[in-house]
Design a binder for this molecule. Structure first.
Ligand SMILES: NC(=O)c1ccc[n+]([C@@H]2O[C@H](COP(=O)([O-])OP(=O)(O)OC[C@H]3O[C@@H](n4cnc5c(N)ncnc54)[C@H](OP(=O)(O)O)[C@@H]3O)[C@@H](O)[C@H]2O)c1
Length: 242
């Protein structure tokens, strides 16, 4: 790994979709700053990445519901690598229940992680992304940002917020040459879906590697064509769900 290799920051990289994206990016030659609360999961992800040299992969245990976390994380990227080419806002959490059931604490936790953290990570990352040859932001949303799902009002609110900021940021940053994409999966086979939709047969779920593959595809598009959002459904779900 040299200072010429691009650098990606992936949040929520200790398992699930974030781990698959990190492993995919390492194969594409990215150096990585991987973020989550738990160190053990991050270390496992680092072992799965193609080049686990300390210079190539840096692990950052941060709780993204803490308002100061985005500033600290981007500072770490600046100090360690001196550059940032790609920000993947992937960390997220879900709490389910009818709209009458949520507490203010749950609102703050889900909105803080799924909406506030990506917003301020984007903001803090701007100087580095502007200096990168091809700055890029990929926000991992959800189909709940498009379709109505019972018992998902809080999670839906957070993912609508994420999609909204993604759209506006894409307009704001296009002139800087920074591309901003939304990836909106349906049910993916991770611990998150097991908690929320135990009714879905896991053999029907999208694999985290399939989501990572869509990220790889977005990054491969270096010409005049841009795909702003990708909606990914399970093959067993009726077409055009949103
Ligand atoms: N699974 C699905 O069906 C599905 C569908 C559509 C969209 N998504 C979205 O995809 C993204 C990844 O989900 P996933 O299914 O891979 O979930 P997951 O397996 O539960 O992984 C969530 C990741 O976020 C991290 N995280 C959670 N709370 C955090 C916090 N407070 N601070 C920092 N990191 C935190 C977790 O690490 P730690 O616990 O170590 O902090 C973990 O690495 C989320 O944004 C989710 O909304 C998932």
């Amino acid at each position: 790994m040299t200072h010429q290799h691009p650098v990606a920051l992936v949040t929520g990289a200790s398992r699930g979709i974030g781990r698959s994206i990190a492993v995919m990016l390492s194969k594409q030659g990215f150096r990585l700053l991987l973020v989550s609360r738990g160190l053990e999961g991050l270390e496992k992800t680092a072992r799965l990445c193609a080049d686990g040299t300390p210079e190539g992969i840096v692990l950052s245990t941060e709780d993204l519901t803490q308002s100061e976390a985005p500033r600290r994380i981007i500072q770490r990227a600046a100090e360690t690598f001196g550059r940032l080419d790609l920000l993947v806002n992937n960390a997220g959490a879900v709490v389910s229940g009818p709209i009458g059931s949520y507490t203010l604490e749950q609102w703050e936790g889900v909105m803080g992680l799924n909406a506030r953290a990506p917003f301020f990570l984007m903001q803090e990352a701007l100087p580095l992304l502007r200096a990168a040859p091809r700055g890029c932001i990929i926000n991992i949303g959800s189909v709940v940002a498009k379709a109505a799902y019972a018992d998902q009002s809080l999670y839906s609110a957070s993912k609508h917020a994420l999609l909204g900021m993604t759209k506006a940021a894409a307009r704001d940053l296009g002139a800087d040459g920074i591309r901003v994409h939304a990836v909106l999966p349906g049910g993916v086979n991770t611990s998150m879906i097991g908690d929320v939709r135990p009714d879905i047969d896991t053999s029907e779920l999208i694999s985290p590697d399939e989501v990572a593959e869509t990220v790889r595809f977005l990054l491969s598009m270096e010409g005049n064509a841009v795909i702003d959002e990708l909606v990914i459904r399970r093959a067993t779900k009726p077409a055009w769900p949103v």
